[in-house]
Design a protein around this ligand. Structure first.
Ligand code: PMP
Length: 411
């Protein structure tokens, strides 16, 4: 499977070589790179993508959870086309902007007030900076394996994290005792604790409810602002994972799918904190951003929230993911296949569990799935979308099992 990859994809290889002349590594998004070279995708249709060599794949990456609508969606398409007639940019307050904000505030228990931005990264930078400003402190608690954007990753020494001048204190995820002792050491200096309710890029490792609850209590005790980064986990229920667990942070960040397919980020929280941005107040903080309320984003996001990201649709999609994970793990156990799927609902990750040939195992598995017509992230991420049918997911389940058997017998 791996050997035939280059010969099966001559147009992608050529396109990639050209791209490396102007883009470092041939791309502009490190997370989507594929070894030895990425496929160039020409277009998408429903749950399918078609590459420049004419191959079709069923897409189980769903753009790392942001592509929850599938590649095309008739409801969004209609709203976007109608929106186009009203102007690309208006440079003013608009009704869809306030409707989207009010809808999101009513969904997420922690969000009394909200502001929009253009990416999850930007939302997190703004939320962290707001929390530090509010508390007048300098240190930010983050967690090993945490990812809050391209300048805010904490994968450790091998992870290629870009160093930024925040004063980070890195704590062990899901370790209450370890985290407690580090936080207590710096208690008076810590302004912000930011955490993903499930590690996303760090491997789809769910946060234990007791661990997340302990952060809630500790933040209150030391006077720090607790931020839940729900950029991915917001799709686990209508009010994110915070609503499922009944744990309310001081601030929340969102991104990805709430722009209805366009660039999006949002940060919000308690009135006392977010009122800092109230332009009616004499000493309010300025928060600009040319595209923060881009009309097409607001219209697409509002349409998505009202018609697609409904409680029932989200429940169905997450149940589909839960049963996929349960079925796969059962077969992996029964047949002693060196794989495990972790995650929650429709966001999951396949791990190769054999201690030797770790990289080779997952790589080979990825190429075996490609041969069968299924597209997952090379690092193992599997995310479902609304364009998929139950039959698509069942077909994927069978393909994963066959590919896992293939890897076991050939390594
Ligand atoms: N936080 C989390 C938990 C994420 O998964 C991501 C993106 N994968 C981000 C923040 C950054 O969002 P964006 O890519 O929109 O900047």
């Amino acid at each position: 499977a791996r050997r035939s990859y280059a010969s099966n994809n001559p147009n992608s290889l050529k396109a990639y070589e050209q791209a490396t002349e102007s883009l470092p590594g041939g791309g502009t998004r490190s997370s989507i790179f594929i070894h030895p070279f990425p496929l160039f995708i020409e277009r998408g249709d429903g749950s399918e993508i078609i590459d420049v060599d004419g191959h079709k794949y069923l897409d189980f990456v769903s753009d790392f959870t942001s592509g929850i609508y599938g590649k095309t969606n008739p409801v969004l398409k209609k709203a976007i086309i109608e929106g186009l007639d009203n102007g690309l940019q208006l440079g003013a307050h608009t009704l869809p902007e306030s409707s989207l904000s009010s809808e999101l505030c009513s969904r997420f228990p922690s969000m009394h007030l909200i502001r929009f931005a253009n990416s999850g990264t930007e939302a997190n930078i703004l939320a962290i900076s707001t929390g530090l400003h509010y508390t007048g402190r300098k240190k930010v608690v983050v967690f090993e394996g945490g990812y809050h954007g391209s300048v805010l990753s904490h994968f450790g020494e091998d992870g290629g994290d870009l160093k930024v001048p925040y004063d980070f204190v890195v704590c062990p995820y899901n370790d209450i005792t370890g985290t407690n002792s580090i936080i207590r050491k710096y208690a008076e200096e810590i302004g912000v604790i930011i955490v993903e309710p499930m590690l996303g890029a760090g491997g789809c490792i769910p946060g234990n409810p007791e661990f997340l609850q302990s952060l809630r209590e500790l933040s209150t005790e030391i006077g720090a602002v607790l931020i839940f980064d729900e950029v991915q986990t917001a799709r686990l229920s209508i009010g994110g994972r915070q609503k499922i667990l009944g744990i309310t942070p001081d601030m929340t960040t969102l991104g990805k799918f709430f722009g209805g397919g366009f660039a999006f980020g949002a940060f919000g929280g308690k009135k006392a904190i977010m009122s800092l941005f109230d332009a009616r107040q004499p000493n309010s903080i300025s928060h600009g951003g040319t595209f923060n309320n881009s009309p097409l984003t607001m219209i697409a996001g509002l349409t998505a929230v009202q018609h697609i990201l409904t409680e029932e649709n989200l429940r169905n999609l997450n149940e589909l993911g839960d049963s996929l994970r349960e079925n796969l793990n059962k077969v992996f156990d029964e047949e002693e296949l060196p794989f495990k799927m972790t995650g929650l609902g429709s966001i999951n990750q396949l791990h190769y569990t054999s201690p030797s040939q770790k990289r080779e195992g997952l790589d080979l598995f990825f190429f075996c799935l490609l041969d069968r017509g299924y597209w997952i992230a090379q690092r193992g991420l599997v995310s479902l979308n609304f364009a998929m049918t139950n039959k698509d997911v069942k077909g994927f389940e069978n393909a994963v099992i066959e590919a896992a058997r293939g890897v076991k017998s050939s390594l």
